[in-house]
Design a protein around this ligand. Sequence first.
Ligand SMILES: Cc1ncc(COP(=O)(O)O)c(C=O)c1O
Length: 407
Amino acid sequence: MTAQTPPDKDWHIDLQRLRAETPGCSSRVHLNNAGASLMSSPVMGAITTHLELEAELGGYEAQDAKSEEIAAAYQSIARLIGGSARNIAFTENATASFAQALSAVPFNRDDVILTTRNDYASNQIQFLSLQARLGVRVMHAPDKAQGGVDTSKMIDLIEQHRPKIVCVTHVPTNSGLIQDIQTVGAACRSAGVIYLVDACQSLGQMPLDVRDIGCDFLSATARKFLRGPRGCGFLYVSERILQQGLEPLFIDMHGASWTGENSYQAIDSAKRFENWEFAWSLVLATAVAAEYATSIGIGAIQARVASLVSLLRRELSEIDGVDVLGNDDELGGIVTITVQDCDPTKIVTRLRSQNINVSAQGREHAVFDYDKKKVAGALRISPHYYNTNAEIESLLRAIGSISTGAD
Ligand SMILES: Cc1ncc(COP(=O)(O)O)c(C=O)c1O
């Protein structure tokens, strides 16, 4: 294995420093970055510093005291994904971002929502809920034979049905598939269709630029590959959407001002998609995570994650009884496997007792994909740049023992 894999020290990433700044690395092999990555000390420091200030000054007073840093947090996210600070709304998580965006679309009966067979479970449930309540039609573009959405068929569907919105999850929760969001974006732009991208699993592990993607909305969360805290997310909102006057259905007194008995005025920026109350410590920590990722270099992060994923795919497929799902060119930071006669949730528990973190998924996480692959669920292994080859080897040994029944 090591012969085909560059040693950890050869990466353009200062692994030693980054691991020293990641307290969790000292005691666990954390391969659940698609769940929530290990936070770095600067991120944790940003949270505790602001909480201490809130305890000392009062919550609202601490917010005022840190107003410049809070304004800069919007800029940090804009630097990471393109756009400008006025196009960023902070939220609690990716699902909240997605729901705010979807709620802004003025659906009529029979309008079409066009999506893919690999879009995130909660997004699919929201589409079905809209279908039940408003009578919209939900269409799924077909996949190519080798996997991933067939963009030419998707473009045909856009031209044929003129959907009200197109929604694509960049990297699904259940595989390393990376969808071609740029090609879909170009089609949406030329058809003038609203385009919502779920970048929850891609943010922080690969370059994202909303101008290249051509999206109107991009939803994301802080805690996954960005290595921010739990409980914070954001939504990018394009100028097109702001100028069209689209606003979330349940806009509040932070997103709008109450101007008269029967009137309100939405504010001009993406902040109209926010709610009034915030855990500002988490927002500030998310900005630190964004700056941290930018300073490492998103290109270098992507290269290292892809290399660890291909190492995992290659070596796991050599273990008797292990089936590695999906294709070898799916190099987003998620590898899903089945282990013969072993329930993934039991494997998670066994590995956790050995200080190795992975996660388990059932069919309900990805109905289309797991049905197509004829599995009831899978074990999900999601490495990040701070994982070492030695950590991967320890996981492989542990899975080998489980699969041969030695453990
Ligand atoms: C692809 C994808 N989208 C959205 C989400 C939802 O993110 P959150 O839990 O922050 O709402 C997840 C969570 O795993 C995800 O994997």
